[in-house]
Design a protein around this ligand. Structure first.
Ligand SMILES: [Zn+2]
Length: 98
C-alpha cells in the first residue's frame, strides 16, 4: 500500500512548512517579469508562500530576496490582486476522505 507523499514547501514569509497545495507560487520568469503562477509550472525562479502571507513577504523583503529581484510597490500590489482573484487551489489528492 503506497502512501503517496505530498510534496512539501516552505513559506518564504512565515517559514512554516506544508503541502504544496496550500501555497501560491510567485515566479520570476526568464524575461525578468514577476508574476503569480497559478499553474505552478511557469519556467523561472519560483517562491512559495501562503496567500495570506503575500503582504508580509513584500513588506519584509522576503519576496524580493527569494526571487532575487527588486520588487516595486505597484508590482507587489498587482500580485496581491492576482492572487486574491484566483480560485482556491483544489485540495491535494491524498487518498483520505474527510
Ligand atoms: Zn506563510
Amino acid at each position: 500500500m503506497g502512501e503517496r507523499r505530498i510534496p512539501e514547501r516552505t513559506c518564504i514569509a512565515c517559514r512554516a512548512r506544508g503541502p504544496k497545495g496550500s501555497f501560491v507560487r510567485i515566479v520570476r520568469t526568464p524575461e525578468g517579469r514577476v508574476a503569480f503562477d497559478p499553474t505552478g509550472r511557469e519556467a523561472g525562479r519560483g517562491a512559495y508562500l501562503h496567500p495570506g502571507c503575500l503582504d508580509r513577504a513584500e513588506r519584509s523583503g522576503a519576496l524580493a530576496r527569494a526571487l532575487r529581484t527588486p520588487l516595486g510597490r505597484a508590482e507587489a500590489a498587482r500580485l496581491m490582486t492576482d492572487v486574491r482573484a484566483a480560485p482556491a487551489p483544489p485540495p491535494e489528492r491524498s487518498g483520505v476522505s474527510a
